[in-house]
Design a protein around this ligand. Structure first.
Ligand SMILES: Cc1cc2nc3c(=O)[nH]c(=O)nc-3n(C[C@H](O)[C@H](O)[C@H](O)COP(=O)(O)OP(=O)(O)OC[C@H]3O[C@@H](n4cnc5c(N)ncnc54)[C@H](O)[C@@H]3O)c2cc1C
Length: 407
C-alpha cells in the first residue's frame, strides 16, 4: 500500500476536473488528478452549445443567470487556455455567430413563442423571424418549417478541443489513471481519497469533480446520471448549416452544431441529443439514432448526404434542481459537479469559482467585473451546501469554519 501527498487532489478529469487542476496549478499548488479514463464522461458526448438563452427553461432562472455570467467569460477563458496550452488562437473552436431556432409544425411554433416570451421575462435576447428569413440565413432549412427565431447570444465551442487544451495546460499535474473509491476524513474534514488498490492520497484540498458519479463519493453531492446520445456527421460545407440550428419536431428537441469548415470543404456536425433517466451504461440505442436523424432531417433535409461518423452516449451529471454545486461543502472539500446539460457553458464560471475558493484574485483576474459577477452568481445559485440535508456521510461532522471566499 503506497501513499501520495499533494496540495490539491482533483477527483475526476473531465472538462470540469481539468479546469480545477489547471486553476490550482496556476495558484501554485501541487496537483494530483485521479481518473481511470479522463475525458470519457459527459465531456466526450457534449455538443458544446454555449446557450444560456435557448437552454433557459421555465422555473430555471438560476441556470439562466449562471449561464449568462459564464458566457461573458468565454472569450477571455478561451484565450487564456489556448495560451497556457501553447496552442494557436482559435484552437478550442469558440464561435460567436448566434443560433437559429426552428419550429417544425404549428404546435412547435406555439412552444417556440412561449419560449420567446420567457426570454423577454428574463431579459434574454431573441426575436421571431419568418421561415423565409430563416432560409435566407441558412439555405438548407427545410420547406415545411412552420416558424423560426434568431438568438444572437447563443454560441458554441468544441468540447473535445477544450478538454485537450486543458490536458495540455494542466500537464504539470500528476495524472493517476485510477478511480477513487472513497474520500478520507479526519476530525470532520476531508483529507484525501483512497483508490481501489488501497493507495491513499492526502491533500490539503480535495476537489470533487467526478461528474454524475460524485454522489457515490459524497452524499452531499446528490448527482444522478442523465444519459444522452449525440451523433457526429461529416457533411459538405455547402449542404450543412454554418451556425448552430436547433428546434423542436413535433415536441422533440433536436440540434445540429457545425464545426469549422476544413480545408477539404467539409465539416463535422454534432447532432443531438436524447435525454433519459436510466443507468449510465455508455450503450447507444438504435431507436435514439433513428429518432435524432429523422428529426434533424425534418429541419435540415440536405443532411441526408452526410456521412455518419459516430454515435456516442454518456451521462450528464444532474443535481436535484439542475444547477451545479460549486464551492466549499466541508473543510477540505470543494465541489465542482452537477453541471447537468450546461457544463461546457459553465466551465469558465467554474474556473472563477475554483480560483475564488483557492484564494481568489489569481493573476488579478478575479478583479475584472465580469469575473466578479460570475463568482457572485456561483455563490448565489450554486452553493453546494443547499443540499446539506442529503449528506448522510457518517464520518464527518458539520464544518466549523468557512474556507475561501465562495459561500
Ligand atoms: C449528450 C450530451 C450533450 C451535451 N451537450 C452540451 C452542450 O451542448 N453544452 C454544454 O454546455 N454542455 C453539454 N453537455 C453537458 C456537459 O457535457 C457536462 O455538463 C460536462 O461535460 C460535465 O463535465 P464533468 O467534468 O463534470 O463530467 P464528466 O465529463 O462526466 O467527467 C467526469 C469524470 O470523472 C471521472 N470519474 C468518475 N468516477 C470517478 C471516480 N470514482 N474517481 C475518479 N474519477 C472518476 C470520469 O471518468 C470522468 O472522466 C452535454 C452532455 C451530454 C451527455
Amino acid at each position: 500500500m503506497s501513499s501520495h501527498a499533494c496540495d490539491v487532489l482533483v477527483v475526476g478529469g473531465g472538462v470540469i476536473g481539468l479546469t480545477a487542476a489547471w486553476r490550482a496549478l496556476e495558484a501554485g499548488a501541487s496537483v494530483v488528478v485521479l481518473d481511470p479514463s479522463p475525458g470519457d464522461g459527459a465531456t466526450h458526448a457534449a455538443a458544446g452549445m454555449l446557450a444560456p438563452v435557448m437552454e433557459a427553461g421555465f422555473g430555471e432562472e438560476a441556470q439562466a443567470r449562471l449561464g449568462t455570467a459564464s458566457l461573458a467569460l468565454w472569450p477571455a477563458f478561451a484565450e487564456a487556455l489556448e495560451r497556457a496550452a501553447g496552442l494557436p488562437a482559435g484552437a478550442v473552436g469558440l464561435e460567436t455567430a448566434g443560433t437559429l431556432a426552428l419550429a417544425y409544425d404549428g404546435d412547435d411554433l406555439v412552444e417556440l413563442r412561449r419560449t420567446l416570451a420567457l426570454h423577454r421575462e428574463l431579459g434574454l435576447a431573441s426575436a421571431e423571424i419568418t421561415p423565409a428569413e430563416a432560409r435566407r440565413r441558412e439555405p438548407g432549412v427545410g420547406a415545411r418549417v412552420a416558424g423560426a427565431a434568431w438568438v444572437p447570444g447563443d454560441h458554441q465551442v468544441d468540447p473535445r478541443a477544450v478538454h485537450a487544451a486543458l490536458a495540455a495546460a494542466a500537464a504539470r499535474a500528476t495524472l493517476v489513471p485510477r478511480a477513487a473509491v472513497s474520500l478520507t476524513w479526519a476530525d470532520g474534514a476531508v483529507v484525501g481519497a483512497l483508490d481501489g488498490t488501497g493507495t491513499t492520497y492526502t491533500a490539503g484540498t480535495v476537489v470533487l469533480a467526478a461528474g454524475h458519479a460524485s454522489a457515490s463519493l459524497y452524499a452531499g453531492a446528490p448527482t444522478r446520471a442523465v444519459p444522452g446520445t449525440t451523433l457526429r456527421l461529416d457533411a459538405a460545407a455547402d449542404r450543412s448549416p454554418a451556425v448552430v440550428v436547433r428546434g423542436t419536431v413535433q415536441g422533440r428537441p433536436v440540434y445540429a452544431v457545425p464545426r469549422r469548415v476544413r480545408p477539404d470543404g467539409r465539416r463535422e456536425l454534432v447532432v443531438g441529443a436524447t435525454s433519459d433517466e436510466r443507468d449510465d451504461d455508455h450503450l447507444t440505442r438504435a431507436g435514439d439514432v433513428f429518432a435524432l436523424l429523422r428529426d434533424v432531417r425534418a429541419l435540415l433535409p440536405e443532411l441526408d448526404d452526410a456521412v455518419l461518423l459516430e454515435a456516442v452516449t454518456r451521462s450528464r451529471p444532474a443535481s436535484p434542481d439542475n444547477a451545479p454545486l460549486l464551492g466549499w461543502a466541508a473543510d477540505g472539500l470543494c465541489l465542482a459537479t452537477g453541471h447537468y446539460r450546461n457544463g461546457i457553458l459553465l466551465t469558465p464560471l467554474t474556473a472563477a469559482a475554483v480560483d475564488e475558493a483557492l484564494g481568489g484574485a489569481l493573476s488579478g483576474a478575479n478583479g475584472r467585473p465580469e469575473v466578479r459577477a460570475a463568482v457572485e452568481a456561483a455563490a448565489r445559485y450554486a452553493d453546494p451546501r443547499r443540499f446539506a440535508d442529503a449528506d448522510t456521510t457518517a464520518p464527518r461532522t458539520a464544518p466549523t469554519t468557512e474556507r475561501g471566499g465562495t459561500a
